[in-house]
Design a protein around this ligand. Sequence first.
Ligand SMILES: C[S@@+](CC[C@H](N)C(=O)[O-])C[C@H]1O[C@@H](n2cnc3c(N)ncnc32)[C@H](O)[C@@H]1O
Length: 329
Amino acid sequence: MSTDDTTTETDESTSKCGASETTQSSSSSTSSSKCGASTSSESSKSKCDASSSATKKKTEEKVGSTVDDFEGDPGSLTAVGLGPGEPEGMTQRAKAELLDAEHIVGYTTYTELLPDEIIEQADDMYNTPMCGEVSRTEEAIDRALAGNDVAIIGSGDPNVYALAGLALEIVESKGATASMLDFEVVPGVPAAQSCGARLGAPLVNDSVSVSLSDHLTPMPEIESRLHAVAGESFTISIYNPWSRKRRENFQKACEILLTHRDEDTPVGIVHGASRDDEAVEITTLGELEAYGETDLVDMTTTIVVGNEETYVWDGRMVTPRGYESKYDY
Ligand SMILES: C[S@@+](CC[C@H](N)C(=O)[O-])C[C@H]1O[C@@H](n2cnc3c(N)ncnc32)[C@H](O)[C@@H]1O
């Protein structure tokens, strides 16, 4: 069960989680399971790159092992949010949790963001490329059920379009419980807040987030959510705004926003907050669609659409909280 093209077959048979079996493994960080109880998926190559999901069929990713397949005392499972990317953006608690973890499981991009001291102290790192989130999460759970203290990591916060919920759903489907794994969520700074900080103060009043990914939510549902929130006075943080296969979703989102909001509405675009390729721009809603074809807008971008009171001052987006109606300043 491997999704990594660089994975090579070896005769490695030592399990890092108690159960033994012959597995595939690459050299250091590996995308092959070190855990005996395996998923029944033939491949964790997810259908997440499928462009249209309105008529979604189930993938072959399935939960394989159950709690009865493991002997001995379980370890622990913690979902840890890394924040936007730079080590300094990680909370002290997240860092402490990762330094304590025996196994760290995550999408390759995120394991690569970890500071060396965390990577060096872990007994094992398990990473897979994008997608395969069900099998990756199951791998983390199996390792914990086999007795290891496991951290499953993701960018931002584990509760924001992330794996905390999936982890609990799979734990339940295995017949295990959150309590037996001491399941915990360690929060991280979500992208909306990291990006809001780069833009000034656009999120100071009521705000909502909308993801344009139609991997799990059909586009008509996303459209109706966008209509609902754009028609109210929220600032809107748009996650997963654009990919080659989601070009039309982005165009459609811009159209919907423009049916509810003025074309002069300020919009902030933040690409790769706190990462090496960070880029920030403030534009208007009328101009937004054209940015879809630039490097600024992709799957590591968050877009913040102002409400009807948001303005731009000195290069910063400002959304008044309402103080001006009560106080003189
Ligand atoms: C699957 S969601 C994960 C969100 C994450 N759990 C959080 O709390 O931010 C991935 C999306 O988060 C946003 N994102 C994550 N990291 C970002 C960053 N450093 N800068 C801008 N947007 C980011 C992008 O919209 C990306 O498509």
